[in-house]
Design a binder for this molecule. Structure first.
Ligand code: FAD
Length: 198
């Protein structure tokens, strides 16, 4: 079974969602993952000292490059340098429009950060981000498992979590596992154990 996933936002939250989905690929489940990103990530302004296992003072560019390499060790995904402008359709038949063309997907993940979300089709879900004390910061309304609406999930600080790398990563992990659970029809996690991939 091959599932098409579009992730809008290719910073740490979008990439961590992709990483966990990629790690779930096996003989029965495969993903075609496309990440659309317009290159305005908050992480690109950061120098990080407070995430476990990250080298001291790591820059956003290095973090992104490292996660992309980790994804590549599981599968090849497509990176589109563009702005997503519209999302329509339902679970299994979503259409995402962007400045670089149109994409079809069974699932979509909105990992667009807290600065703005002017993607047509999501207007009714936009709310003030109450954990970011700056004007204009937004989040997208969702259920407990980051589901915005049928087939469309949110990840990272766009979900309303605190603006910390660890929180954005955790939110993205929840989103990936929610999608995996939806596909499986029961709770799903990806746990490796000693030598399990050898
Ligand atoms: C100056 C600064 C310093 C920081 N320092 C730290 C720190 O030391 N420790 C720490 O834990 N946290 C720090 N943070 C917070 C951390 O950077 C954020 O919590 C984290 O980047 C959030 O990740 P995210 O993937 O949710 O969103 P973002 O990193 O903001 O990424 C969102 C992505 O979505 C893309 N996007 C948005 N809309 C669209 C669209 N329509 N189409 C296509 N792409 C789109 C953007 O281009 C961007 O790449 C810092 C933040 C800043 C600004």
């Amino acid at each position: 079974m091959k599932k098409k996933i579009i992730i809008i936002g290719g910073s740490i939250a979008g990439l961590n969602t992709a990483l966990i989905l990629a790690s779930a690929i096996n003989k029965d489940l495969d993903f075609e993952i496309t990440i659309i990103d317009e290159g305005k990530a908050d992480i690109l302004k950061a120098e990080v000292y407070n995430v476990p296992f990250f080298p001291k003072a790591i820059k956003g560019e290095e973090i992104i490059s490292h996660i992309k390499n980790q994804i590549t060790s599981f599968t090849k995904i497509s990176y589109i340098n563009a702005k997503a402008t519209e999302i329509s359709g339902n679970n299994g038949a979503l259409v995402i429009k962007s400045t670089q063309g149109e994409f079809n997907a069974e699932y979509a993940v909105i990992a667009t950060g807290a600065s703005e979300c002017d993607i047509k089709g999501l207007e009714e879900f936009i709310e003030p981000h109450d954990l970011m004390p700056k004007p204009g910061k937004i989040k997208l309304k969702h259920t407990g498992r980051n589901l915005i609406k049928d087939g469309v999930y949110v990840a990272g600080i766009a979900s309303g979590v605190t603006s910390m790398v660890s929180c954005a990563l955790g939110s993205a992990a929840e989103t990936a596992c929610a999608i995996l659970s939806d596909i499986k029809g029961s709770v799903s996690v990806i746990h490796d154990f000693k030598d399990s991939r050898k």
